[in-house]
Design a protein around this ligand. Structure first.
Ligand SMILES: *[C@@H]1O[C@H](CO)[C@@H](O)[C@H](O)[C@H]1NC(C)=O
Ligand SMILES: *[C@@H]1O[C@H](CO)[C@@H](O)[C@H](O)[C@H]1NC(C)=O
Length: 389
C-alpha cells in the first residue's frame, strides 16, 4: 500500500513537469508546412561549376557527363496557402535593402543577412528559423518603374529580354535587338542563341557564385530559394543546379532559357518522362500577368510600351496556376505582375471557395482546395511562330 502511493506521487510529479515543460516551451513553431520528398541533384556541384566556368562553351557536354543522386529534402508544402504567402512576402522583402528583424506574418522566422547590395546586379535577403534550421534565400527580381526597388532597371530589362524572348527581342525595326541570331524575320539560329546567352547573361554565373557563398554560411541548414519575376527564375535555376527546393512567383517562362544556357537538368527515370519537370521548383503565377504567361509578343503587345519582350511561357518544375482571367474575370496586363497582387489578394483567400463565390465559371473539380493543384507544363510549347536552325 505504502509503495503504491509513493509510485503514484512520482507519476504525478513527472506528469506535472511534462505539462509545465510543454506549456512554457519558448519560440512559436514556424508557421510553415513542409513535406519530405527526394530531390535529384548533382553529386559534385562545385566541381561541375568549376569545370563549366573553365569551359563555358562545353556546358552541354559537361552536364551530360555528371553523376546524379536522389537525396531526401524537406520542401515547403505548396498546397498550404500560408506557407506560400510567407515565401511571397520574403520574395517581396528582397526588393528592399532594409527589412524588419522579425518580419510580420512569419512567426518563428527572423531576418538573417543580406547580400549583393554593394554591387550592381544580383541582390536579396536571407531569413532563418531558430538555429538556422531552415533558411530562405530570397532573390530580388527586375527593377522597373512599376515595381519597387533599386536602380538596376535598364540592365535588368535587357537581361530579361535576352533570356525570355524567342530570338534577341527583335520585336520590330524600332526595337534595338539584344543580339543578331536571326536569319530572316522568323528563323533563329539556336547555337548562336546558346552562345550569346552563355557569354552575355551574367546573372546565372553570378547567382551560382552567390549561392555557393551563402551555402558556406549555412552549412547545416535546409535551404529554400525564392524570388519574384527574374528573381524567381534565378531561384529556379539555383534549384536546378544545387538541388534545393525553390518557389518562384510570377516568373516568365524559364524553360527555353534553361535549355539555351545548358543548365544541368536532372536525367529522367524513364525515357519519356519530362526531365524539365524534375527540377525542384514550384512556379506560382496567375493568368492575368502578361509577363509570367508570355503575352509580351509583338509591337502591339500589352507590354511593348514598357519595353518588355517576355515571349516565353513554358516553366520548369511544377506550376501552381491561378486562372484569374477565367474564374475571376481579371484583364491581362503588366500591373497584375506585381508581387503585392499575390500577397494581398490571391494568397489572402482560399482559392476554390473564392471562385465558387465569384460564380463566373464553375470550378473544374470542386474539392475545396485552398491553392490550385500543381501541374507540369510538359505539353507547353514556346515560340511556335519561329523556325529554329
Ligand atoms: C546563423 O547563420 C548566420 C550566418 O552564418 C550566423 O551569423 C548566425 O550566428 C547563425 N545563427 C545561429 C543561431 O546559429
Ligand atoms: C563569394 O566569395 C568570394 C570569396 O570570398 C568573393 O570573392 C566573391 O565576390 C563572392 N561572390 C559573391 C557573389 O558574393
Amino acid at each position: 500500500m505504502h509503495v503504491l502511493r509513493w509510485r503514484w506521487w512520482l507519476a504525478l510529479v513527472v506528469a506535472l513537469t511534462l505539462v509545465l515543460a510543454v506549456w512554457r516551451s519558448p519560440a512559436p513553431q514556424p508557421h510553415v508546412r513542409t513535406v519530405v520528398r527526394p530531390v535529384r541533384r548533382l553529386q559534385d556541384v562545385r566541381g561541375y561549376l568549376a569545370r563549366r566556368a573553365a569551359a563555358p562553351s562545353h556546358a552541354l557536354d559537361l552536364a551530360r557527363l555528371e553523376t546524379w543522386e536522389d537525396v531526401p529534402q524537406m520542401w515547403p508544402d505548396v498546397s498550404d496557402r500560408h506557407t506560400l504567402r510567407m515565401l511571397a512576402r520574403f520574395a517581396c522583402w528582397a526588393y528592399y535593402e532594409t527589412v524588419p528583424a522579425h518580419p510580420p506574418d512569419a512567426p518563428g522566422w527572423a531576418w538573417s543577412s543580406k547580400f549583393g547590395w554593394d554591387e550592381g546586379g544580383l541582390r536579396g535577403q536571407v531569413f532563418a528559423t531558430p538555429n538556422n534550421a531552415t533558411v530562405v534565400v530570397a532573390l530580388k527580381g527586375t527593377s522597373a518603374s512599376f515595381l519597387p526597388g533599386g536602380s538596376t532597371g535598364q540592365r535588368d530589362k535587357d537581361n530579361d529580354n535576352l533570356l525570355f524572348s524567342c530570338c534577341c527581342a527583335r520585336v520590330d525595326s524600332s526595337w534595338k535587338p539584344m543580339c543578331d541570331c536571326w536569319h530572316d524575320p522568323r528563323t533563329c539560329d539556336s547555337r548562336c542563341m546558346g552562345r550569346t546567352l552563355i557569354e552575355r547573361s551574367l546573372y546565372y554565373p553570378a547567382a551560382t557564385d552567390l549561392y555557393n557563398n551563402i551555402s558556406y554560411l549555412y552549412p547545416n541548414s535546409q535551404v529554400w530559394v525564392t524570388g519574384h519575376s527574374l528573381g524567381g527564375v534565378m531561384a529556379s535555376y539555383l534549384g536546378a543546379t544545387f538541388g534545393v527546393p525553390a518557389v518562384a512567383f510570377e516568373s516568365p517562362g524559364d524553360r527555353l532559357a534553361a535549355t539555351r544556357l545548358h543548365l544541368p537538368i536532372p536525367p529522367p527515370s524513364t525515357p519519356d518522362d519530362d526531365a524539365y519537370a524534375l527540377v525542384p521548383v514550384t512556379h506560382v503565377y496567375h493568368t492575368a500577368d502578361a509577363l509570367a504567361t508570355g503575352q509580351c509578343v509583338g509591337h502591339n503587345s500589352i507590354c511593348s510600351r514598357t519595353g518588355f519582350a517576355m515571349e516565353t511561357r513554358c516553366h520548369l518544375g511544377q506550376s501552381v496556376v491561378y486562372d484569374t482571367v477565367r474564374y475571376l474575370g481579371w484583364s491581362v496586363g503588366v500591373l497584375p505582375h506585381r508581387i503585392t497582387v499575390l500577397i494581398s489578394d490571391l494568397l489572402a483567400h482560399d482559392w476554390e471557395p473564392r471562385i465558387r463565390a465569384a460564380r463566373l465559371e464553375p470550378p473544374p473539380l470542386p474539392t475545396g482546395r485552398a491553392v490550385p493543384a500543381p501541374q507540369r507544363e510538359t505539353l507547353c510549347q514556346d515560340c511556335a511562330a519561329w523556325t529554329f536552325t
